[in-house]
Design a protein around this ligand. Structure first.
Ligand code: SF4
Ligand code: SF4
Length: 91
């Protein structure tokens, strides 16, 4: 007798969370703290020491940049996962 092993949905590897990085240029004074503290280099150094979003997908949502920015110029928010996007698109 063969027994089918039912997969436990709890054990399904969860999809990687994604985050959106928003930098408010009006507040930023290019101090560089955000790109020095970012552990994944999602934020990098641009021209004239300005922070740039180097790789949105590299952001792990740790919030270090947002917490340490002295000018409250960064907002990190969750982006929908691809599965969630499919649900939104299909209604
Ligand atoms: S920490 Fe804030 S003020 Fe400093 S470079 Fe980054 S966004 Fe600009
Ligand atoms: S939340 Fe963390 S990983 Fe994302 S940009 Fe800021 S410091 Fe980098």
């Amino acid at each position: 007798m063969t027994e089918e092993i039912e997969k436990n949905p709890q054990e399904k590897p969860s999809e990687k969370k994604r985050f959106q990085i928003q930098i408010n240029r009006g507040y930023c004074k290019s101090c560089g703290i955000c790109y020095w503290v970012c552990p994944t280099h999602a934020i990098g150094k641009g021209k004239l020491q300005e922070p740039i979003v180097a790789s949105m997908d590299a952001c792990i949502g740790c919030g270090q940049c947002e917490r340490l920015c002295p000018d409250f110029a960064i907002n990190i928010t969750a982006r929908p996962t691809t599965d969630e996007e499919k649900v939104i698109l299909n209604g």
